[in-house]
Design a protein around this ligand. Structure first.
Ligand code: GDP
Ligand code: IMO
Ligand code: MG
Length: 433
């Protein structure tokens, strides 16, 4: 198993960071391929907890080269802060271990102002974005006006692109959103300075990837957000502004799909969502509250409480299909330890019929369908001392078996705590070692 895409199968925060960090031990390159600082990937190493927003989760392995590919959007202010913090914590001693594409688009102050201004204007219909400027920066990219990281290295080029663009943004901010406008000079000055600071890290992802492929070295492609937040295949408009599916790894990094040997879908053992939008298995009762508390379900980026609910096999089938999942990594199984019984959604009742997948009428079923549950007994056992998959309680094994059987994808990894070492490998997982 050489090159692996790791993807979120739900609405984000499945534990992708932990899984990438775990697998990075046996990898040479880790590539972030979409999204930006809307992501928050947590890695726990002993007493230390790290939250990454731009930097790939391979950064804690000294031998790994981390790449930020073309399709990522970068906030130079917070990206530079993230790098400085990692350096102060003893990581990234060798600057050549981080390579950021000059073609990644850059989030500027007006993107964030437009993001929050639009949310305000939407009133009760707000999307619940992270307000990091993600929608507005991808919008500029698609209309071919965006500023890219490489532009910050050339004063004239940056000024010539920014000046007309800022005029347009200010018009929109002032007249439509009724917000403060921005002056050209301070942006130019600040971002040219940031460009100079980030220059050491700017390089070609193609070069790193070509070398890794030639040397038969393992590359991990790290997804952000999750399948149901995908711009084309998620719960539109309550989605993010990039494609979060496995295929985006190829488009963003500029590689062919034949390079990918495995697609690992990270599945939280229950479901969470931050922000607005459909969530059929959401629990607004004491069980939902239990999952929120037991799972410490607060957003890594915004600190918002995550909405919680039962595991939903119907949306997971959608993730299996749209990502071509070859393996599953189940995380946060331990959060269910104390429950008497556990429900799992196996279908949706819609217009008098039970739908087991989302192949047709996807949006209608997700919006109006009523979940159909199967109830399984809980295991009521602690997992902290378990080192082998076979040591899991039989009820937990049955829960995992039901997931595997319904999705027809093998479970390769089971995570039982936030700590990097607490991962149980199944028979299928051994192929990744
Ligand atoms: P990501 O965005 O997919 O990387 O996920 P986040 O880092 O935003 O959220 C996952 C949270 O769950 C983090 O706080 C992790 O430390 C934590 N976590 C990951 N795996 C496990 C697990 O198996 N058990 C528990 N209890 N927590 C976990
Ligand atoms: P990771 O990588 C969970 C959600 C926001 C909002 C919607 C649009 O940590 O899993 P945006 O700011 O992207 O325009 O917001 O997407 N969202 C996430 N939810 N985890 C994330 O990333 C998210 N990134 C964006 O809450 O509902
Ligand atoms: Mg997260």
């Amino acid at each position: 198993m050489k090159n692996i895409v790791i993807i979120g199968t739900q609405w984000g925060d499945e534990g992708k960071g932990k899984v990438v960090d775990y697998l990075a031990e046996n990898a040479h390159v880790v590539v972030r391929f979409q999204g930006g600082p809307n992501a928050g990937h947590t890695i726990v190493i002993g007493e230390n907890k790290f939250a990454l927003h731009h930097i790939p989760s391979g950064i804690f392995q000294d031998h790994v080269t981390c790449v930020i590919a073309n399709g990522v959007v970068i906030d130079p202010v917070s990206c530079y802060q993230e790098i400085a913090q990692l350096k102060s914590q003893g990581f990234l001693g060798d600057p050549s271990k981080l390579v950021i594409s000059p073609y990644a688009h850059v989030i500027l102050p007006y993107h964030k102002a437009i993001d929050s201004g639009r949310e305000e204007k939407r009133g009760k219909d707000f999307l619940g974005t992270t307000q990091r400027g993600i929608g507005p920066v991808y919008e500029d990219k698609v209309v071919r006006k965006g500023i890219r990281l490489g532009d910050l290295l050339d004063t004239d080029k940056f000024r010539n692109k920014l000046s007309p663009l800022l005029e347009e943004k200010n018009f929109y901010l002032k007249n439509f959103l009724k917000k403060e406008t921005f002056d050209l000079s301070p942006i130019l000055e600040t971002y040219l300075e940031l460009g100079a600071k980030l220059k050491t890290y700017i390089g070609s992802p193609y070069v790193v990837l070509q070398k890794a492929f030639q040397n038969q070295e393992r590359v991990i492609f790290e997804g952000a957000q999750g399948t149901l937040l995908d711009l084309d295949h998620g719960t539109f408009p309550y989605v993010t502004s990039s494609n979060t599916l496995s295929a985006a790894a190829c488009v963003s990094s500029g590689i062919g799909p034949q390079r990918i040997d495995a697609v690992v879908g990270v599945v939280k053992a229950y479901t969470t969502r931050v922000g607005t939008g459909q969530f059929p298995t959401e629990l607004t009762d004491s069980t939902g509250e239990f999952l929120q508390k037991e799972g410490h379900e607060f957003g890594t980026t915004t600190g918002r409480k995550r909405r919680c609910g039962w595991l939903d096999l119907v949306i997971l089938k959608h993730a299996v299909f749209t990502n071509g999942l070859t393996h599953l990594a189940i995380t946060k199984l331990d959060v269910l330890n104390k429950l008497e019984e556990i429900k799992i959604c196996t279908g949706y009742e819609y217009k008098g019929k039970v739908f087991k997948d989302l192949l047709e009428n996807t949006e209608e079923i997700l919006t109006y369908g009523k979940p159909v549950y199967e109830t399984l007994p809980g295991w009521k056992k602690d997992m902290t001392q378990m080192n082998h998959f076979s040591e899991l309680p039989s009820e937990a094994l049955d829960y995992l078996k039901l997931i595997e059987d319904e999705l027809e994808v093998p479970v390769a990894f089971v995570s039982t705590s936030p700590e990097r070492t607490d991962v149980l490998l199944t028979e299928s997982g051994l192929a990744f070692k």
